[in-house]
Design a protein around this ligand. Sequence first.
Ligand code: GUN
Length: 280
Amino acid sequence: MAIRMDGKAMAEKLRGQIREEAAALPRRPVLAVVLVGEDPASQVYVRNKEKDCVECGIQSQGYRLPAETTEQQLLDLIGTLNESAQVDGILVQLPLPKHISEKKIIHAIRPDKDVDAFHPFNVGKIVTGEDGFLPCTPAGIMELLKEYRIDIAGKECVVVGRSNIVGKPMALLLLREHGTVTICHSKTADLRAETLRADILVSAVGKRGTITGDMVKEGAVVIDVAMNRDEQGKLCGDCLYDEAAAKASYITPVPGGVGPMTRLILMKNTLRAARAHLEK
Ligand code: GUN
């Protein structure tokens, strides 16, 4: 039976460190949190991020904009936040309403305030292995792997999902630690054949049942990034947990695995942004 990787406990432990480091700065770090529209999931995420800020001694500045907000209005707000000496980090919650180009908005955020690490400048640094902001979910997973002393070098790492937010940067961070990395996606010919080779299997698809027990190699480390709901409305991941846990050596639960670590990295990135601004 697999060891359950407790992201919640680890995030709580690290939160204390961030709070101490933030308190040692000449002023509190400031994160601008922008939400456009009323998507219920986004509202929950944003509320959680603001709660994390309070717990870490980071000041959050919330901007709730109506769904009818134009692209230009949002660009104007980002322009103001970019220029503000008071703001260290800018987070625009995705997805945005259809009439607003996410690409344009991401491009507009100043890279040194891009605590999500979505701007191509920061993505480029991940590709070349330069020091910069790391994307929250993949970086949180890397910290979990480190905490549980899971070696990556030379391991077969299979990432299921190729999103810009998780799948692609996850693959790059595993590669940076010398994993042998495969990215699978909706057109992968034989998903099971790929996942069965994985020493480290990361699933970031968003569909319950993507990973069944017969797709997990004996002793594999299974990281479940997804936040789905089952038929009863209960939170669950991509993996059928019991089946996957019966085969795995380590596994992240949903909830309480990757999610809390993702939230923590956002705080860490904001602290880092504040430090850099204060040093200027
Ligand atoms: N929507 C889903 N995940 C994320 C995230 O990590 N950052 C932002 N800004 N929006 C998201």
